[in-house]
Design a protein around this ligand. Structure first.
Ligand SMILES: C[S@@+](CC[C@H](N)C(=O)[O-])C[C@H]1O[C@@H](n2cnc3c(N)ncnc32)[C@H](O)[C@@H]1O
Length: 300
């Protein structure tokens, strides 16, 4: 028994929250959509459970979508190129990471992006206004070992190949073909009212556009779950969604805030999960993981 494959070590991945989100996912899904894919942790979870017949993942960041295409369709090429880039750092000088970053910013090579994500500080990608990757290398570690990465890439490919379509573009475009037999899991970037534009992703998102898109999904009778605003140490971030959308809100315990831990405080992070009607009742108690939660099994 192994952990689910997770080749893109994205900070903010929903990997650890999947067991808390899982109970609200319907079991009769024709096509599963994840239009803010990033590392697509929930899609990998769903594919391992055979939750749907087809899968669609999309991201507005073209190199992330391209990375998924190469991982799913050409896993050997993806892991070979990753290993080559990764091993390059063992003999090169201190500037190696920056050299790969320059190449990525010039060429948008998806596997170069994978190396940058794996090797950068806290796996926290940062882009500037022109879409250039700006995060620095983590000096204390080398990033996921090529052998481990090869296993994760192959595992993800085995789960998704032959049944997954990858779309580059805005979430609303990805969801155009969706209908009532489908299910959408969404994890948009935080809107962050006070901190301004979120630099974690190349593209931000405006709340009014998010709300209009959700209202459209409701009108089209599309089932969905949305990970949204959160709370750390009682401080809420992200403006709430309007009641007119008719969604049910749950609060999921997301663990300790790594930011707070860094500055010596111990604070809990709670994330909202909004559900379209019929998937679960609204609840104000924070939902926590069972201490002995069964690990998702996956065999390569
Ligand atoms: C919070 S991350 C998703 C993380 C994901 N749940 C995971 O498990 O890794 C948000 C993602 O949405 C993408 N994104 C931002 N704006 C978008 C838009 N308008 N349409 C589609 N994707 C967008 C970003 O590039 C980023 O990869």
């Amino acid at each position: 028994m192994q952990k689910l494959p997770h080749p893109i070590p994205y900070q903010g991945s929903k990997r650890s929250l999947a067991p808390l989100i899982a109970p609200y996912i319907p079991s009769d899904i024709e096509t599963w959509y994840e239009p803010f894919a990033g590392s697509a942790a929930m899609t990998l979870w769903a594919a391992n459970r055979n939750a749907a017949r087809h899968y669609v993942i999309g991201d507005v960041l073209a190199p992330i979508a391209d990375l998924w295409r190469v991982i799913i369709e050409r896993p050997k090429e993806a892991s070979g190129t990753y290993a080559e880039i990764w091993h390059g750092q063992t003999t090169a000088g201190e500037d190696y990471f920056n050299a790969v970053r320059d190449v990525y910013n010039e060429t948008h090579n998806p596997v170069a992006l994978l190396y940058l994500i794996a090797r950068c500080v806290k796996n926290a990608v940062r882009f500037n206004r022109t879409g250039k990757f700006t995060q620095s290398r983590d000096k204390r570690r080398l990033g996921m070992q090529p052998e481990k990465m090869a296993k994760a890439i192959l595992g993800a490919s085995m789960l998704l190949k032959g049944k997954t379509e990858v779309i580059t573009g805005d979430w609303r475009k990805t969801l155009e073909p969706a209908g009532p037999a489908d299910f959408v899991y969404m994890d948009p970037p935080y809107l962050g009212t006070t901190i301004g534009r979120d630099k974690r992703y190349a593209e931000g998102l405006q709340q009014d556009l998010l709300i209009a898109g959700l209202a459209d999904l409701r009108e089209r009778d599309i089932r969905f779950a949305l990970s949204y605003d959160g709370m750390t140490g009682g401080k809420e971030y992200g403006p709430p969604l309007p009641d007119t959308l008719g969604l049910n809100r749950l609060l999921l315990h997301a663990g300790k805030s790594s930011q707070a831990t860094l500055v010596g405080r111990s604070e809990e992070t709670v994330e909202s999960l909004y559900l379209s009607p019929g998937l679960g009742e609204a609840q104000t108690d924070v939902i926590r993981r069972q201490p002995k939660a069964v690990q998702e099994s996956f065999t390569l």
